[in-house]
Design a protein around this ligand. Structure first.
Ligand code: ADP
Length: 398
């Protein structure tokens, strides 16, 4: 089956084409466009590019949709999904509108090719209420104000891959099959010995997720992708009293406050320099105090969430670093892992410094393994899309 994975930004469109056969996935082509003003035009152009490279037939298009309120999981991206994305755009303003527009455009341009949405919240479907409820009035909860969790495709890949790498085929299989509709759902079967992973997706946006036996138990990101760790320019966790307080003291409108929290906060707001950790590190190394503060706050927040999941799971078999920051910055990994020997985690400094694409960085006597796993969210989207389409085809022929 040939699956096109469409990655839609507010002004960009990137795609990857995969051939999926069972567990095997081959990327056949990739491409992208920046400064997009007309999705229809670039989708046409992408189809032309693929056709002239001999990839004229596409069986499905997969989308890594972010938040659909009450809709989650991996499902056909029909008009109800488009509407759910628009209805929850207030919580994911950078992500939901482009996805709704992109899915609609694919529907119009390629009406016979099924569209599949894999929600970033899907990985958190089994998080218990005690970990997803905020202590707000019931009416707020009924209005959808709860923790959802994001970066689900990335953390699911970590769940699968960490189990593969550490010889837990049972867990890898369970994590792979999580979204398959099955009355004896793999998420409810308990394996013989526990496998506890703390996954740190550290990139343009960042989150930490606790994963027990291949299933997420909670996430640093809550209601929106602007919670949890400080993000590149989004705030991360903030006391709910902070918004009305800033509005009163600084004379801000709600719209001003929302804009400042979503565009001028996070690593950018703290450092006053950049939303890119490379620039911040360069400035900190030259003695810039605000840049150093941004780094220190970021690392403290990562460790805070690692601690939370470590305690919740009663231990950690693997701490995983993934995405642009996590994969490429040995100094940050060293700082995150500092003084954890008492918990049984020791980094091997030489392996950490070498930091090759996929590696175990733990010292030989470390009880907790420390892995770098390159993020591969598109592969998860492609596989889940193929799986859903295959199961729908099977259901329609039986
Ligand atoms: P996105 O979330 O937009 O996909 P990435 O996962 O690439 O972004 O993460 C972007 C962050 O990763 C930036 O803060 C950048 O500093 C960091 N980063 C990306 N590549 C490198 C690299 N080669 N070396 C150091 N840091 C990097």
């Amino acid at each position: 089956m040939r699956v096109l994975v469409a990655n839609l930004g507010s002004t960009s469109f990137k795609y990857r084409l995969y051939r999926i056969e069972g567990e095997r996935a081959d990327m056949l082509a990739r491409g992208g466009f920046e400064r997009v003003t007309d999705y229809g035009a670039v989708i046409d152009q992408a189809m032309d590019e693929l056709a002239s490279a001999g990839h004229g037939t596409i069986d499905a298009v997969g989308f890594k949709t972010v938040l659909g309120g009450g809709i989650t999981g991996c499902l056909l991206a029909d008009e109800k999904v488009e509407q759910a994305l628009l209805d929850t755009a207030d919580l994911a303003p950078a992500h939901n509108p482009p996805y709704a527009a992109g899915i609609r455009t694919f529907r119009e341009r390629l009406p016979n090719v099924p569209r599949v949405a894999l929600f970033e919240t899907a990985f958190y479907q089994w998080v218990p209420p005690s970990a997803h409820r905020y202590a707000v009035p019931e009416t707020w909860y009924q209005a959808g104000i709860r923790r959802y969790g994001f970066h689900g495709a990335s953390h699911k890949f970590v769940a699968e891959r960490s189990a593969d790498l550490l010889g837990r085929a049972d867990i890898a299989e369970r994590a792979r099959n999580l979204y398959i509709a099955d009355p004896n759902h793999s998420a409810s079967r308990t394996p013989h010995s526990p496998f506890r992973v703390i996954s740190c997706h550290l990139g343009g946006s960042s989150s930490v997720t606790g994963i027990r036996d291949g299933v997420a138990i909670g996430a640093s990101m809550g209601l929106s992708p602007q919670s949890g760790l400080p993000q590149n320019n989004r705030v991360g966790d903030l006391d709910s009293a902070g918004i009305p307080c800033a509005m009163r003291r600084l004379g801000l409108s709600l719209a001003d406050a929302e804009k400042q929290l979503s565009k001028e906060s996070g690593l950018l707001g703290l450092s006053g320099i950049s939303n890119d950790l490379r620039d911040i590190k360069t400035a900190a190394d030259k003695g810039d105090a605000r840049a150093q503060l941004a780094i220190d706050v970021f690392i403290k927040s990562i460790r805070h969430w690692i601690g939370a999941f470590w305690v919740e799971m009663g231990g950690c078999d693997a701490l995983v670093f993934t995405a642009g920051i996590g994969e490429n910055n040995a100094w940050l990994r060293a700082a995150v892992c500092e003084n954890l020997a008492g918990l049984g985690l020791a980094l091997d400094p030489a392996k950490n410094a070498a930091g090759s694409p996929e590696q175990n960085l733990a010292a030989s006597d470390s009880r907790t393994q420390v892995l770098v796993i390159p993020a591969n969210e598109e592969l998860v989207v492609a596989r889940e899309t193929a799986r859903l389409i295959a199961s729908l085809e099977k259901a329609s022929t039986t």
